[in-house]
Design a protein around this ligand. Structure first.
Ligand code: FAD
Length: 426
């Protein structure tokens, strides 16, 4: 006789974007969902907080989405925050070279074939058509090739496009970043025309776009959210997880219950020592600077790419300017005061501001911002399923095929939700 299936509770552990995306999907299907989070707030690596020094609500770090991030955008729609993402009506990426002072705006063309590259005025200054054609070498990259293995680091396009793109998309230096993963980014964005590479940012901060509306949607759907609930151990029996141990009374899993671990890779590996995970990470450093007067950037482009200095990107929200340095292993070891001073120099130069007096600044070092997206680490991304029938994994680091981004986190959370819906139809 076929086993009678009942619909149990889904216990989602970790309220980062992956856990939220999973929980929202399931709760909206009318399932019983419980979400547990070790911190006192949701969002994980994508969060906002009230900063007492700046007296402003700020994000842990600048986050940029592209219109190619279809799952991330549909998640934001699903939680009712679609209008909170803003960006220019046409894809445009303004840049300044802090060494030479040159400024340019990259404006990809409409079609899939990048005809716009034939026009020298639309290319990155100092680059020829051949530089872009050489970029196609990424398409033939093998699984162990790095970006630097495939491209010429002496070509002018390297420091003005390939290096910033690699560091922004993969948070890993091109000398060690996976060429195949970078190719996926190029193929899904720049090679699909400007409609796939429109930049989008959270108008009112990360929490308002990605986190708070998700928690509200969960509560409306009757899901329970427990903060300050750190999973300490899993009790297993054969091919099933029997209980989740949060330090107080263990949460027993009924025969129809599921558990989804949407945790950072290091935590997942501590809980499941036999699980292979990408075991190296790379930091991102952000400095938030409160200015007396909001500076001027073109109205529909609240960000600026920086080359030739220390920072990679500058974002502007009201009177707060935020600079990002990705793949920042060496910088993260410096004192925050020294980092602030160096990044203020970049800011003053980029925005043509007087360098004295230095304004109020806050440095945030995210030491494990993403896993190191090297060929070796990519080969250690596990699938959503585990050897325990009622335990699934989610997180930007699981094997979604995408770089460790919000898009990957959402994809992983939704993949876990789909799996549960398939195995336990309502
Ligand atoms: C500074 C910075 C800049 C970034 N920029 C971009 C960008 O521009 N574009 C982009 O798309 N992505 C960007 N990212 C990446 C993006 O933030 C992540 O990919 C995404 O937030 C990962 O979500 P996640 O749910 O997979 O993991 P996490 O956010 O790490 O979520 C895991 C959650 O589990 C919780 N947890 C940990 N241990 C336990 C435990 N034992 N029990 C219970 N809960 C636990 C954590 O507190 C956390 O809330 C950036 C990240 C950083 C840090």
């Amino acid at each position: 006789m076929a086993e009678a299936r009942t619909v149990g509770t889904v216990h989602v552990v970790g309220a980062g974007i992956a856990g939220l995306a999973c929980a929202v999907r399931l709760a909206r299907q009318g399932r019983s969902v419980r979400l547990y989070e070790a911190a006192g707030q949701a969002g994980g690596r994508c969060r906002s907080y009230d900063d007492s020094r700046l007296e402003r609500r700020i994000d842990n770090g600048n986050h940029l989405l592209l219109s190619a991030n279809t799952e991330a955008l549909s998640y934001v729609e699903e939680i009712g925050a679609g209008r909170s993402l803003i960006g220019p009506p046409r894809a445009a990426f303004p840049f300044v070279d802090l060494k030479s002072g040159e400024r340019w705006t990259l404006r990809p063309g409409r079609g899939a074939v990048p005809w716009w590259l034939l026009n020298p005025a639309r290319r990155v200054p100092g680059t020829g058509l051949g530089s872009y054609i050489a970029g196609l070498r990424l398409a033939r990259a093998g699984p162990t090739d790095t970006v630097a293995d495939c491209l010429d680091c002496h070509d002018p396009l390297w420091s003005r496009f390939w290096e910033p793109l690699t560091v922004a998309a993969l948070n890993t230096a091109p000398e060690e970043a996976s060429a195949r993963l970078l190719w996926l980014v190029v193929r899904e964005s720049f090679l699909r025309g400007e409609a796939a590479c429109r930049p989008l940012i959270a108008r009112d901060g990360l929490a308002a776009s990605f986190v708070d509306p998700a928690c509200a949607a969960l509560r409306r759907a009757g899901a329970e959210i427990s903060f300050n609930a750190r999973l300490r151990a899993l009790h297993t029996d054969g091919d099933r997880v029997q209980a989740l141990d949060f330090g107080a009374a263990p949460v027993a899993l009924g025969p129809a219950d599921w558990s989804v671990l949407a945790l950072p890779p290091t935590v997942a590996a501590e809980l499941l020592p036999e699980l292979p995970v990408p075991d190296e990470s790379r930091p991102i450093v952000n400095v938030h600077i409160r200015l007396d007067t909001p500076p001027r950037l073109p109205p529909d482009l609240p960000f600026l790419g920086l080359v030739g200095g220390l920072a990679d990107w500058l974002f502007l929200r009201g009177d707060v300017v935020s600079l990002t340095v990705s793949a920042a292993a060496a910088l993260a070891e410096e004192r925050s005061e020294a980092i602030a001073e160096r990044l203020w120099r970049d800011t003053a130069q980029a925005l043509a501001l007087p360098s004295e007096p230095a304004p109020l600044m806050r440095v945030i070092k995210e030491r494990r911002a993403t896993f190191a997206q090297t060929p070796t680490s990519l080969s250690r991304r596990p699938p959503a399923t585990t050897r325990w029938r009622n335990l699934l994994l989610a997180g930007d680091w699981t094997d979604t095929g995408y770089p460790a981004t919000i898009e990957s986190a959402v994809r992983s959370g939704r993949a876990a939700a789909r799996r549960i819906a398939m195995d336990s139809p309502k």
